[in-house]
Design a protein around this ligand. Structure first.
Ligand code: CDP
Ligand code: MG
Length: 838
């Protein structure tokens, strides 16, 4: 059904997971917060700034001496055979031709925009040019270069690559820092970090003291963090006249950034890529048909096709297409013609669907059979499609002997250890096939790619401010992205880009993808603005490159007020201050905090980690009923998807201990990879909670898990975290109808354990998310009592008509005496006091 379509994780969600792992150093946060002494309660972080190479020497004499030392070392390095060989490679990169022009521009301008085709050497070469120039002109000890990356994996891989080019080990002159992980030393002069880490540095030091050059990479992606950083930097520049800012972008819309910084000069690095032939769906069919035709002169229609199919000579791709047309009961031209309006709207019909993996499979097979050697890079919409395709390949075994090919997934939330295989060139007898999300679009360059298969879509959130809905559907990428994807095929020789959609779809694509800041809920950003003391939220955001609309900002501020993170004057409350320190969605952060205050940390960690990443339940289309049944048995009679996943996680832990992890996961339709990720993430969350003094690990886990087996308590804490995502259950005869404040009637998502429930034991449901597909569904819900809502919901006021209590934002009408109201207020006051004290 249509509801199936949005249950998988989007590549953008993946990026959020990464950001989440990144956007905080998990360390000292409180120094800015007036009057509180959170700092003292915190443990020292694993990689505190004391190890930064960004340190100031004591005296002028010492600095000069150090600069001379650095220069001598650089000269010596250049003697090495390895470095010389690397230099030969580097000198061939297009960026090299622009070296002197670039360095002159850096010297002469505070802000510089550099654009260039992906792979031309921006990320690896430009920061190095600055580094070497500074060292050679004896400014080595003053120079502190930071280069930001939107993703963890690129920060690490680029730092490693540059160290290798320089014949050094990682962490000497060149290092990296991502959240909770870094490699750098006293000597480090060039540091790659994620944008999130830099934002954290700004909390500690708003003027970035000691940083000489700041390079912001991949700004064309228009990620929320990057757009946010640019506002801050534009305001900072007048206060830091000596800071040099270099913005790096693929060849997309560089003028926009230049204008934003008062017409800053733009340097364009001309590309040196090989031509890439472009094949649209129709060309693909034409070509494969022709291939078959030429084998047999009297190729005629389906009956012939079927015969040939039996002889298994027919091309997989043609076969697939014919099947597709039979399915549509039409020929290909009429398939296109039904989209003849060629407007964006008419494409929406196609837009919501996932990639046709059969077609991808057929195209891979076609390339392997008919085209020359070279790696294949496949762009899919998300992790979920990648894992499905991996399964298909493994089961269908269509590539024959598995030792003949190397199948590699590439997506943001992958553990970094596997990354090397992606870059390495296998022996020519082995076909490398990389299955990637749009992470491979511009930040990661795989040199030996000759074939690109582009599904034309990416899963991304779009935010419907009016209904406060986040929609998660695959949608067509922009022309700019399509261009990027195609370019990946022409790195070492002419390549081919197979587009799995007709040309007219391409023609109707948007020129650029709207920036993330316009597409996503803004509450985390609003908290960041407050914690960086950047003034009023609305006026700050109005300075953005493309400011979000007022309604979205208002919604975010309202939500933060509703959950108690901001007060009426839009200032941070004590809860808000703690939420700023947790690099997660404020709702998830609140769940963690309440979980520790109410001594059920373990379940809170597990549920929060799953909500912040993805559900461990896999949904095989063919065995859907069994899978639903397995999930339901975890839920028991709790009427809760969250309890189901909690029990599944605990079951997995037990199974792991007793050595039958695999069969347990197989029988219960659970993804081991996701469970592991949740396991890792919950440990990180535990570190964060202990870092801000909310759990004391030294006292042992029992202390903060007194109520971990008490599901009523766990559900109450869930309510604290998920509020105001509340639906009221109203009896309608034998069934229950569900209502939410914003959109009225909603349905339970078919994948939920609550999907078949007619009558709920308790009057409310809290839910993780509403999504809109064919109707509005609430996903992952938990049935809760009105007492939980009374304690953990919004503000309480006595109802107008006498005895009852009404919740200020209208979710709850509760009949009880005034003394209940008084009692609840006192209890809530105690929680506030606890939050203030920490
Ligand atoms: O940033 P930009 O896309 O302009 O290019 P880059 O990341 O600086 O990469 C320049 C070249 O270095 C790539 O085309 C690759 O040939 C090479 N490279 C590599 O071999 N291994 C890496 N890990 C990174 C880059
Ligand atoms: Mg780059």
């Amino acid at each position: 059904g249509s509801a199936q379509k949005e249950i998988h994780m989007s590549s953008e969600t993946e990026r959020r997971v990464e950001n989440l792992l990144d956007s905080s150093t998990g360390t000292q946060k409180a120094d800015k917060f007036s009057g509180t002494s959170i700092q003292s309660a915190k443990q020292l972080p694993k990689d505190s700034d004391k190890t930064a190479g960004i340190s100031v020497m004591e005296t002028d004499g010492a600095m000069k001496e150090h600069s001379v030392e650095l220069k001598e070392r650089l000269e010596k390095q250049k003697e090495s055979i390895h470095v010389k060989a690397m230099l030969t490679f580097r000198e061939k990169l297009p960026a090299h031709k622009m070296k002197s022009e670039f360095l002159e521009a850096v010297a002469a301008n505070k802000v510089l925009v550099v654009s260039g085709e992906t792979g031309c050497g921006k990320t690896t070469q430009l920061p190095q040019f600055i580094l070497e120039e500074e060292i050679s002109s004896l400014r080595g000890s003053h120079c502190n270069i930071i280069c930001t990356q939107p993703r963890r994996i690129s920060a690490i891989s680029v730092a490693a690559r540059i160290s290798n080019e320089r014949g050094e080990s990682l962490g000497e002159t060149v290092g990296y820092q991502i959240r909770l992980e870094s490699k750098r030393s006293e000597q480090t002069r060039l540091l790659f970090c994620t944008t999130g880490v830099l934002l954290r540095k700004l909390v500690q030091d708003p003027s970035l003291t000691g940083i000489s050059h700041l390079l912001v990479d991949e700004i064309h992606e228009r990620g929320m963090n990057e757009d946010f950083l640019l506002i801050i930097l534009r305001d900072l520049l007048p206060k830091r006249p000596d800071l040099r800012l270099i913005l790096m972008s693929a060849t997309i819309n560089a003028d926009l950034f230049s204008k934003y910084f008062g017409n800053a000069p733009v340097i364009h690095i001309p590309g040196l890529t090989y031509p890439v032939q472009e094949m649209f769906l129709e060309d693909l069919l034409e070509k494969t048909r022709y291939a078959v035709k030429s084998e047999s002169d009297n190729f005629q229609g389906y009956s012939r096709r079927r015969r040939r199919q039996q002889e298994s000579k027919i091309d997989p791709i043609t076969e697939h297409f014919e099947a597709l047309f039979i399915y549509y009961d039409a020929d290909i031209s009429s398939v296109y013609k039904s989209y003849s309006a060629s407007t964006r709207q008419s494409l929406e019909a196609w837009s919501g669907s996932e990639t046709d993996l059969g077609l991808v499979e057929a195209t891979i097979e076609y390339i392997c059979r008919h085209e020359g050697p070279g790696a294949i890079l496949v762009f899919l919409t998300g992790w979920d499609e990648i894992s499905k395709l991996l399964d298909i390949v493994k089961t269908n075994n269509f590539l024959g002997d598995p030792t003949n090919f190397l199948l590699l997934p590439l997506h943001g939330s992958m553990p970094t250890v596997n990354q090397h295989e992606i870059f390495d060139r296998p022996p020519s007898s082995i076909r490398k096939i990389v299955l990637a999300t749009n992470i491979a679009e511009s930040s990661i360059t795989i040199d030996d790619v000759v074939y690109v298969i582009d599904c034309g879509k990416a899963k991304e959130t779009s935010y419907d401010a009016l209904n406060k809905l986040a929609c998660l559907l695959p949608s067509w990428i922009s022309k700019a992205s399509a261009h990027q994807r195609r370019g990946r095929a022409g790195r070492v020789q002419p390549g081919i880009c197979y587009r799995l959609y007709p040309k007219m779809v391409h023609d109707a694509m948007l020129q650029y993808q709207p920036p993330e800041i316009l597409r996503t809920p803004l509450q985390e950003l609003c908290l960041q603005i407050k914690s960086l003391q950047l003034g009023a939220i609305g006026s700050f955001l109005s300075k953005a490159l493309q400011p979000p609309d007022a309604l979205s900002v208002q919604n975010a501020v309202e939500l933060l007020k509703t959950i108690g993170a901001l007060d009426d004057a839009e200032e941070l409350t004590s809860l808000g201050r703690h939420l700023c320190t947790l690099p997660v969605d404020p709702n998830i952060g609140k769940m963690l905090l309440m979980g520790s205050i109410f001594q059920c940390v373990n379940p809170a960690l597990t549920i929060a980690a799953a909500l912040a990443s993805r559900s461990p339940f896999v949904l095989p289309i063919s065995r859907k009923e069994e899978a639903d049944e397995a999930k339901r048995s975890f839920a028991g009679d709790s009427c809760s998807d969250h309890i189901a996943l909690l029990k599944a996680f605990e079951g997995w832990k037990d199974a792991k201990r007793s050595g039958n992890e695999k069969s347990f996961c197989w029988e219960n339709f659970l993804s081991i990879q996701t469970l592991k990720m949740i396991g890792d993430m919950r440990l990180q969350f535990l570190d964060l909670l202990s870092g801000i003094g909310f759990v004391d690990k030294s006292k042992g886990a029992n202390v903060y898990n007194q109520y971990s087996d008490d599901m009523e308590m766990v559900c109450a804490v869930l309510c604290a975290g998920l509020y105001p995502n509340v639906a009221q259950c109203k009896r309608r005869g034998k069934r229950t109808a569900l209502y939410t404040k914003e959109v009225g009637k909603v349905d339970i998502h078919p994948a939920s354990v609550n999907a078949g429930v007619h009558v709920f034991p308790l009057p409310y449901l809290v839910y993780s998310e509403k999504v809109k597909t064919s109707s509005v569904y609430i996903r992952d819900s938990t049935n809760i009592s009105d007492y939980a809502l009374l304690m953990f919901g919004g503000n309480l006021i006595p109802s107008k008509n006498g005895d009852g209590i009404e919740m200020l934002d209208g979710y709850l009408q509760f009949s009880a005496s005034k003394s209940v109201l008084g009692l609840i207020k006192k209890l809530r006051g105690e929680v506030d006091r606890l939050l203030k004290r920490k």
